[in-house]
Ligand binder design. Sequence first.
Ligand code: PMP
Length: 406
Amino acid sequence: MTLDIARIRKDFPILDQQVYNKPLVYLDSAASSQKTLSVLKKEEQLHLEYYGNIHRGAHFLADQATGEFEAVRDLVKDFIHAGSREEIIFTKGTTESINLVAFSFGEAFVKPGDEIIVSEMEHHANIVPWQLMAKRKGARIVKLPFTDDGRLEVEKLDALINEKTRLMAVAHVSNTLGTINPVGEIIAKAHAKEVKVLVDGAQAVKHLPVDVQALDADFYVFSAHKMYGPNGVGILYGKKELLDQMPPYQGGGEMISEVTFENTTFNEVPYKFEAGTPHITGVIAFGEAIRYLQKLGIDRIAAYENELLAYATQKMLEIPNLVIYGTQPEKSGVITFNIEGIHPFDLGTMLDKMGIAVRTGRLCADPVMDHYGVQATIRVSFAVYNTFDEIDQFIVALKKLVVMLG
Ligand code: PMP
């Protein structure tokens, strides 16, 4: 059965509007996707019917909210095929998930002189937390490079790993190049030398089926707002045996077992890492986004988005002097490009005026920009609600602008 995209678009009412008197073409879902009506309705229902603080209230509303919140933990566990619900920690986003691991893993396992390997194609969120930790612990960051066509040089990994290497940080799907990295292979190589691996799945979970146990990932992180869910909610999956050995990231309510002024004992995972009142509304509504993805089927979504990607790529390559960064066959979701002689900000601004929302700039990936020696780029990204017709509108606009600005 193929996806009925016209029907799907009705689940995202925001898409049905005009901007600057032009039909909106939203090609910026890699930055943040739009949310399904079911997510928005769940948020409203919670606030109208049974909102209360979770885990603490001995009352009806709090019990109901707690039940739904904890049910989403099970849903996430099944969605990424984690082994147990204790391994699912709610955070405020991918960025916080990585900061949590960098801090707590660093405290538990990293000594002066140790090394962390970070791929060259990472988002800043998967670079800077490691640098902060390395500075604090006297450790060092080592780069795993990528080739000009956007392939991570995995064959160099064995030579980079030594007895000082503690962890490797790598994106499952690059937010700039779109490359789907062979994370299973990377993890196997790292584990052969007892190195742990954190996989940044922010761009992967909505496009690919993810099985953290099959991958054998030690940590897998992502954000709800990139997968049709609310913003302000992130996930950290971590193997329980590691989480158990890591100290808390933040202190406060819920993460404790007992507190005196002399000493505090900590709660079990996942609560040890969930200090304070979490984003109750966001997590509960996130459940609806996961149900939506499951209803459509990740495989079918992936197949459709791959068709959009291939179609857009082929049309864009017909435009003279257009350069695409990242041309791997194993690619998903995004096309980052420039047109020689035209400033990407000019192009982005003009596209916006024509109703087409794209991302311009350095895409939170300075090392990728430096790799290609460019100041800025333009990125279009696709979600299940985009259509071939929208891509045609984008290509027509691009061709017009090449004539105007070129
Ligand atoms: N990693 C990748 C690959 C991303 O694309 C993003 C979001 N652009 C992040 C991390 C950061 O996610 P968030 O802003 O939701 O914390």
